[in-house]
Design a protein around this ligand. Sequence first.
Ligand code: MOS
Length: 758
Amino acid sequence: MPDAAAYTPSAVIGSDLPRIDGPLKTTGAAQYAADFHFPGLVHAVPVTSTRAAGTIRSIDTSSAEKMPGVVLVLHHGNLNTGNAGPLFRMAPGGHGGRTSEARPPLEDQTVRYWGQYVALAVAETLEQAQTAAAAVTVEYEADPVNVSPKLDDPQTDELPLHTESKRGDVERAFASAPVKVDETYVTPAETHNPMEMHATVAVWDGKGFTLYETSQGVVNAQHVMAETLGVPRENIQVITRFLGSGFGGKLFPWPHSALAAAAARQLNRPVKLSVTRKMMFMDVGHRPRTQQHMKLGATADGKLVSLHHDYRNHTSFGDDIRENCGEATPFLYSTPNLLVTSALVRRNVGTPTPMRGPGAVPGLYALESAMDELAIKLNMDPVEFRLKNDTLTDESQNKPFSSRHYKECLELGAEKFGWDDRTPGIGSMRKEDDDNIILGWGVAGASWGAGRGPCQASVALLNDGTARVSCGTQDVGTGTYTVFAQVVSDRTGIPVDRIRVVLGDSSLVPGPTSGGSTATATVLPAIADATDNATKVAIATAISTAGSPFHRKTADSLAFSEGKIHIKTQAASTGMPYEQILKMAQVAAANGEGNSGAINSDPKARNYSTHSFGAQFVEVEWDPGIARLRVSRVVSVIDGGRIINHKTAANQILGAVVMGVGMGMLEETIYDWRNGLPINSNFADYMVATHADSPQIDVHFLNYPDPILGEYGARGIGEIGLAGVAPAMTAAVYHATGIRVRELPIRIEDLLKSTVTI
Ligand code: MOS
């Protein structure tokens, strides 16, 4: 591993600083996209298809159009006939950014999934628009629907196999391995259910658009919308000041944004379109169903010799979305023979999209479940088995890891959990104060990629003693606002409460999408650069200003710390506050711009494989008397580089573990096999984990700065918290009940087969 980074930050880095935007959120002052309102605003409600496959034969909008308050009903037939010209003006083949669906809405008469937008009703009030949308009648030529949950139907699913990673010869090694596992694991479609649903408020000013959006990437959204609507980029401003989370569902624009904007242009009035909870299950992505065949072989003493991961995921008929289940497989363990293959299988479902830890999370459910099964066959402790196959080299790329402490994650987790007290026999452990409860203990490893994109930032040190830092990124709720303030404070000594952070606006200098757990690593170097450039300007001002105590000193002899400019060799307390210098010079601010490049533009980084690691330890309580399963305790150890804010980082892992309980026991989007309707499209029937389902959660960060990720060495910790939770749960369930659940979520029906008795 490379040498540790030389930079030693101040105490504000790694502190427990609460979110600086917290008061705005808790008092209701924070404005989310759907909160924006403008004079003359009208409401848009989509009409959604009631078939999952087929062709629209006719659309009758006549009664809807006559209803009170209705100002427009858009559909394929009148798409290009409005006063403002064609609704969508995409240049063929070109994309300024990444969209969620390849083509704009209403483009053709083909229906590919239940709930697809087929028309849009716009009216003075929301109720009028809802009533008008309900009055639109659509006739369909229905085609057979395929939402089969089996992803290997030889009749329909002959899609080419894609090789993702390969070394050695898995066939031969597997055949001759003395101990093996050959099993298939299934994860269901899951729906992103952030508290804040998607919404767009679109304002057209005759030349350009202001779009109040629920976006995890305002700059990307600006590019996509400029392309879709056929206006120059500078004529689109995308604003997302606050997000009520997204989980990946808001990474890339969905068709409703384009519909709202196009209607605003056509009507020359602001348009608000809020996606309903029901539409969340149809129109704005989901984690696709996966079916993963794992073949693992080991020597009798527990050395992995063969690993074959073959997976399929469903995708829509409108796009090719690969759920990268082999994300972690090629490098997590040492093995001379490895093969990862994949295939896409089309179903009549909406287009899938990334959902928290896309690929790796369902992929690790399969890999870590198979590892647990192999450990049991080897009669080895599952922690010991993983330690035995640990490696400091990414064998898929023949590169060392920039920083990997997977071993320590497992060892520290085992210690904190009390793993030594585990007795391996099925159903052999009882709850301390209740003999009727069987305990199950399980473990699984976690990994998630670490990366850094390009970024710019601007910093102004103002002559009122405050600072302003801005960037065209956004805070998905994870603490990005707070991290910006911490870095400026770290480098200037200006207290955090005097630093104003401006994000969530595509007109700011370009910043990253809040995705892939890369935003923190991406923004840190740009903020640091901008801040250092601003302090240099402040120092230069101190040197050039007559009357300044530092007039005509050399820049080398001065320093900026504790908010003061001072002689480098003397304490900051002997210096002068920067705002006094700026006032003396009669300037409003010392400004600095900052820039940083993507990790792959750094030649040093190319020599290393960069990932985060973790270990999840789970305790379940199984009450066979009433067939009740609860997750009672989780220890999560994360090797995510340097932790910038301990509170927001721990919040990420706590939330992810709760989501993991949902993934393990509750979450599943169910499509009616007869017609493709997602039948549990509400919070009563699609269950997510709540407080009552939450275990006691103990989060530990190893906090080793990763020098390849930059001066601060932060890798990002949003998604890894979910990785490994579900397989650790099913391992714990096996330990308690003897039932191996290979298809999520765990069901009572599965557990009732248990023969373990009290
Ligand atoms: Mo995450 S799925 O990259 O928002």
